[in-house]
Write a protein that binds this ligand. Structure first.
Ligand code: HEC
Length: 320
């Protein structure tokens, strides 16, 4: 009479069902709850812990008493004694061999892990030659730009990029100041302001102040776009940095932005990970493709701030 499944099979089935629930049930529910277009897998380490707990629980349940234990062991003993028919034994032995074989295979088969090969830090096979001599227009203002800046400062209407305006306006509201330039409280700006008020601005003072204004904007853009990965300290230690196997670059390190010409930095920021040539693989870079979301001017401003924050200067282009 087979009114009830044997203890051995209920135990095996329970373990399989619990495993499937954790492996596929929880991700499916998580997908419903979060509304994301993909399931959220349970981390392997967590599955392992759950399964160990399940095994311990089943073990206790089975070995609690002689009755259940004997019932559990009965099919195993019968199998080993050869009490089953020949096909059942054959299937059993084939399945066990396959399971062991799969386990061994799964352990030795190459997995997707960090490649052992050293990565080429500055791959350049698709770097356009013409960018080699590119100069950052933000660190090299033209005479006309300096003159415009002086005019704007005289009128108390220095132009900022819109991204920093909320901060500057909040500061003006709070302090009652009318000149946005005063939001940047550095010696070069103060000296320039004093000269504007006294009516004797020279080009050098104005140029220094204009550079400070641009740095201010570049830093703000850096904080908004790059900080999460490259960090406040530009040391590649932002809050998201640990999430990437190929870590965001530490700009204070001597082997990074200091050893490349500025045009190369610009090109790297512009094209990100997707723009890297073949020799940069098999590593995958998470660096975003900034030409999609930042204007050329914004990218140069950020690069200006990036070098300044890292206290580095770009490599000079070689004269041909
Ligand atoms: C999602 C994370 C992430 C963000 C956000 C990010 N980066 Fe990166 N960045 C990386 C990673 C990872 C690398 C290293 C891999 C590589 O070389 O592509 C990198 C590399 C770089 C490099 C190459 C440095 C070198 O020496 O070759 C530059 C320059 C750079 N980032 C600038 C920026 C700038 C500027 C921003 C903001 C506009 C930014 N990154 C935002 C992840 C990020």
């Amino acid at each position: 009479m087979m009114s009830r499944l044997n203890k051995f099979w209920t135990t095996v089935l329970t373990i399989i069902v619990i495993y499937l629930l954790i492996k596929f049930g929880i991700p499916a529910v998580a997908r419903q709850v979060t509304g994301l277009p993909f399931p959220l897998p349970v981390p392997g380490a967590l599955i392992f812990i759950y399964m160990v707990l399940v095994l311990v629980a089943m073990f206790l349940l089975v070995t609690f008493d002689d009755g259940p234990l004997n019932e559990f062991l009965r099919p195993i003993k019968r199998f080993l004694r050869g009490d089953f028919t020949k096909p059942v034994r054959t299937i059993g032995i084939v399945l066990i061999s396959l399971a062991v074989g799969w386990y061994v295979y799964d352990n030795v088969v190459p997995k997707i892990t960090a490649p052992l090969a050293l990565r080429i830090q500055h791959p350049s096979s698709n770097f356009p030659k013409k960018m080699e001599d590119a100069q950052n227009p933000m660190t090299n203002p033209t005479e006309a730009q300096v003159a415009t800046f002086i005019e704007q400062a005289k009128a108390g209407e220095v132009q900022f990029i819109e991204q920093v305006m909320p901060d500057i306006e909040a500061w003006m509201d709070e302090t009652g100041e009318e000149d946005p330039l005063l939001a940047i409280n550095t010696p070069a700006i103060k000296k320039f302001r004093a000269a504007v008020e006294a009516g004797n601005v020279d080009n050098e003072t104005a140029r220094a102040a204009l550079l400070e204004v641009r740095l201010y904007m570049g830093r703000a853009l850096y904080a908004m776009n790059c900080r999460a990965c490259h960090g406040d300290s530009v040391a590649g230690d932002g809050p998201m940095a640990d999430g990437f196997k190929l870590r965001p670059i530490n700009f204070t390190d001597n082997g990074t932005i200091e050893t490349i010409v500025e045009g190369y930095t610009f090109w790297r920021v512009e094209n990100g990970g997707p723009g890297l040539p073949l020799e940069a693989t098999p590593w995958d870079s998470a660096m975003p493709e900034w030409k999609v979301s930042l204007s050329e001017e914004e990218r140069w401003l950020i690069i200006m701030a990036e070098y300044d924050l890292a206290e580095k200067t770009p490599r000079m282009p070689e004269k041909h």
